[in-house]
Design a protein around this ligand. Sequence first.
Ligand SMILES: Nc1ncnc2c1ncn2[C@@H]1O[C@H](COP(=O)(O)OP(=O)(O)OP(=O)(O)O)[C@@H](O)[C@H]1O
Ligand SMILES: [Mg+2]
Length: 208
Amino acid sequence: SSLTSTLKDVLDHDLKRTNGHCEIPLESADDLREGLTTIEGRSKGLIRFIDAYREYTSLPQPVVRSVRVKELLDKVAQFMKPDFRDSGIVFHHTCQSEYLTIQADEEMIEQVLINLIKNAREALAGQADGRIEVRGSYDEATTYIEVTDNGPGIIAEALEKIFIPFFTTKKGGSGIGLALSRQIMQMHNGTLTAESRPYERTAFRLRF
Ligand SMILES: Nc1ncnc2c1ncn2[C@@H]1O[C@H](COP(=O)(O)OP(=O)(O)OP(=O)(O)O)[C@@H](O)[C@H]1O
Ligand SMILES: [Mg+2]
């Protein structure tokens, strides 16, 4: 199955990285302790990985209703507010029209927006003039929700990789947020795309 082959890749990768470390004869209690700590760390990593994999493969079918974009954004902003207290990051949300409506599973789209806002916040960590904006808009045929930040951004070569399951550049990240978010948008017959101009505008765009 794809789970076992993915697991095999992860294990192979770990074995290569530890360089056969476990096979070195243990000469002292310190070696043994170090060996056990390595194994413990890897087990935790694997458990995290399996949990993330399960979450990724067991997405429910969306329950589609009419959702007012403004109300959705108000709700997400309210929910995320505590995260920005004392962070120095300015967080804004706007909607082009209060009547703007999408056909969507509200909770799933909320989850997508929360993933994107968390990523933006993580990208802005330690930056003095950090700004995040969430904006609902529309043109003739399409409704958009965009999450933008002015953080370090994403180099062109990485722009498609970031959507691959388990791709992460974060220590302790599982690399699942964007893969899940894109899958959720596909289930809504929509798209999720990214563009980035470092320290100016990194934007994730939901298209309905
Ligand atoms: N706003 C952003 N600015 C810069 N880089 C970003 C941004 N959003 C995502 N990325 C890059 O994309 C990668 C994948 O993001 P994704 O949300 O899928 O995983 P993660 O945040 O690393 O881990 P998880 O979301 O599972 O905790 C991140 O590790 C980061 O390198
Ligand atoms: Mg993330």
